[in-house]
Ligand binder design. Structure first.
Ligand code: NAP
Length: 340
């Protein structure tokens, strides 16, 4: 079968090669999927740049999710059938014609669900659901801040927060993205390149503070987020995009920027810092992945969630897809079609 491999770290045009590789075989608890499309995630960019510690050694097939049909079942898998159309979270291996994953990370989707939208449901909507519904429990009237709100996870968080009746502040890096955020229902879209987001939010919330901050940027954004929280507030840290493009000293600066936070201070002010890493959850709590995935598929079928596809590419143009995601210009999900 064909797969897109990262063969060296660096720019997209030099990093990828499409090669013939061995067809994957499911173990007893796994499922093999004939891939229709796979999605891109920012972690793939970090892996290509050599900035992602969990990425497999090169040459590597990365890819966190696929949409397709069940091709083969492991001997222990009893609740699925060959031929069913599914979305699946993959622990790498998604950039290929066939992908294998744990059966608990596979959810059945309707025949007429758009493949591109469905790819967004696995990692980006799954992460957003876990962060918003399970780790922070949003309530009507909560005031929340979402960084990189126009991105894949960001869009999913916006839609979940709208559903829960929150007042939403969302940051993004261009006016075009602010228009997108307004259309998605963000009450206070903020272009962080032009406005100081802390000051803009303080103007609105005053002493009340925020209830939740969703942070994928890291570094001193965590300190700023904590300062914006009111009593009972929590910050969900799930990324460190600010590491991108930094040399060693820059990375140390970002790491120190996170700050050192005493549990005594958190307890006294009734604030929380919550870390989310879906790979760790997949390793140790696979049923959580199953629950989150099934819930986002259901909410999409009910019309509550509606993933946005911000770019579609053919398999051969994987480098262009990566360049778009790295450019910070993309909105919503970037999808690569393996078969049409
Ligand atoms: N912990 C987990 O399990 C988990 C799971 C999924 C995703 N994530 C993380 O969630 C974040 C979003 O992932 P995604 O796939 O949905 O990507 P995305 O948000 O579609 O794309 C990344 C966006 O981050 C923003 N950004 C802000 N500062 C940046 C910087 N210094 N360098 C690069 N980008 C920057 C850019 O938008 P603006 O400039 O407009 O803000 C960019 O478009 C990533 O940090 C990813 O690693 C974590």
């Amino acid at each position: 079968m064909k797969a897109a491999l990262i063969v060296r770290n660096g720019s997209p045009d030099k990093a990828f090669e499409i090669r013939d590789v061995e067809h994957p075989k499911p173990q007893a608890h796994e499922i093999c999927i004939e891939v229709e499309a796979f999605g891109l995630n920012y972690a793939d960019v970090m892996a290509r740049l050599g900035l992602y510690q969990d990425a497999p050694p090169l040459p590597a097939i990365v890819g966190y999710e696929v949409v397709g049909r069940i091709h083969e079942l492991g001997t222990d898998v009893k609740d699925k059938e060959v031929g069913q159309r599914v979305v699946a979270m993959t622990r790498f291996g998604g950039y290929a014609e066939y992908a294998v994953t744990d059966a608990r990370a596979v959810a059945i989707i309707p025949e007429d669900m758009d493949a591109g939208k469905a790819t967004a449901l696995a990692t980006q909507y799954g992460t957003a659901y876990y962060a918003a519904e399970e780790m922070s429990r949003l309530h009507e009237g909560d005031h929340i801040l979402i960084h990189a709100a126009a991105g894949g996870v960001g869009t999913a968080l916006v839609q979940l927060a709208r559903w829960r009746g929150c007042t939403i502040f969302g940051t993004a890096g261009s006016d075009e993205k602010l228009d997108y955020l307004k259309a998605q229902g963000v009450h206070y879209p903020i272009n962080y390149r032009k406005q100081d987001f802390v000051r803009e939010i303080e103007k609105v919330v005053g002493d009340r503070g925020l209830d939740v901050v969703f942070d994928s940027i890291g570094g001193n954004y965590i300190k700023k987020g904590l300062k914006l929280l009111g009593a009972g507030g929590r910050i969900i840290g799930y990324g460190a995009a600010s590491m991108t493009g930094k040399n060693l000293f820059g990375k140390i600066g970002v790491a120190l920027g996170f700050g050192f936070h005493s549990p005594i201070s958190l307890l006294t002010h009734s604030k929380s810092i919550i870390g989310v890493n879906m790979l760790r959850i997949a390793d140790h709590r696979p049923l959580v992945i199953k629950r989150c995935l099934e819930n986002v598929v259901r909410l999409t079928e009910e019309g509550i969630l509606n993933p946005v596809v911000g770019g579609t590419f053919d398999f051969e143009n994987i480098a262009d897809a990566h360049a778009l995601l790295e450019s910070r210009k993309s909105m919503g999900k970037i999808v690569v079609y393996v078969r049409k």
